[in-house]
Design a protein around this ligand. Structure first.
Ligand SMILES: *[C@@H]1O[C@H](CO)[C@@H](O)[C@H](O)[C@H]1NC(C)=O
Ligand SMILES: *[C@@H]1O[C@H](CO)[C@@H](O)[C@H](O)[C@H]1NC(C)=O
Ligand SMILES: *[C@@H]1O[C@H](CO)[C@@H](O)[C@H](O)[C@H]1NC(C)=O
Length: 247
């Protein structure tokens, strides 16, 4: 009996708190423990449905939220809008493995809090949460004058806009493009380099580097993994979109 009424009181209390929270109608109310609700921050932004879904699908939402409690440096999230996802070539995300999707998400997160003015002067490259054996995937930021910051991946460059939240330990910035990592979406160099890891073999001069003749793209393409082809076509698509939107 006692426990039932205790639970009831608890429910009523939470309902009341929820109503009070709604009544304020302001920024997502921080929970008593100080835990940040990333979903609420993004939902309030109103144009991050795809990102929220991707964060949930990859289980990174809870990861980031729980890591926020332990990472003394904080985090910054670069949040692509729904438009940014729509502008990706259809199937671009489906072409990624689950592991690659996780990396793509983590590539949008830095294990450090940066205010916008930090980003103006930060030294490149900036580590993200996406890592692999070969190293950490990084973003480059270029700032100019007052408050204009660009972020570049080597595949895409876009402006860092509008902060959804800019308060330690979490910064969330709008970006109008999905930040495509070079490691997943970059085109490899023309000379098909065999096993880049074996550094003790005699250095080989790539034939293409010297020759003035055009490299044979058809042969190159054939040797690439399907994912690379997809990525290449995606970049072509993006380039085409950018060009057509300029005119
Ligand atoms: C975070 O916010 C979302 C949306 O407002 C809500 O559905 C969810 O229950 C919240 N999570 C926590 C742990 O409070
Ligand atoms: C950011 O990118 C835009 C377009 O690509 C460019 O015009 C602008 O000069 C860049 N700004 C900085 C600070 O790099
Ligand atoms: C990022 O900046 C570093 C240091 O300036 C540079 O070496 C690297 O090539 C840049 N990468 C991209 C993708 O722009």
């Amino acid at each position: 009996m006692a426990s039932t009424s205790g639970r009831l009181t608890g429910i009523l209390l939470s309902l009341t708190l929820m109503l009070i929270g709604k009544g304020e109608g302001q920024a997502p109310a921080p929970s008593p423990s100080g835990a940040l609700n990333l979903t609420a921050i993004l939902e309030k932004g109103g144009q991050y449905t795809s990102l929220i879904k991707l964060l949930k699908d990859t289980q990174q939402l809870t990861q980031i939220e729980s890591q926020l409690k332990s990472n003394s440096q904080g985090f910054s999230l670069f949040a692509p809008t729904d438009n940014a996802f729509q502008n990706l070539k259809a199937g671009a995300l489906n072409g990624l493995s689950d592991d690659q999707k996780v990396k793509l998400v983590l590539f949008h997160v830095t294990p450090k809090y940066y205010s916008l003015s930090d980003l103006l002067t930060v030294s490149n490259p900036v580590r993200t949460q996406a890592t692999e054996e070969e190293g950490t995937w990084a973003l480059n930021f270029t700032g100019q004058g007052n408050q204009q910051v660009n972020v570049s991946t080597g595949v895409v460059i876009t402006q860092v806009n509008n902060a959804l939240r800019e308060k330690f330990p979490l910064a969330v910035y709008q970006v109008d493009k999905v930040l495509l990592p070079l490691e997943l979406f970059g085109t490899k160099s023309h000379a098909s380099a065999p096993s880049p890891k074996s550094s003790k073999t005699t250095p080989q001069i790539p034939s293409v580097a010297k020759a003035g003749g055009a490299p044979s793209p058809s042969k190159d393409d054939a040797s690439h993994a399907p994912a690379t082809n997809l990525a290449f076509r995606l970049i072509l698509g993006l380039a085409f979109i950018s060009i057509s939107s300029l005119s």
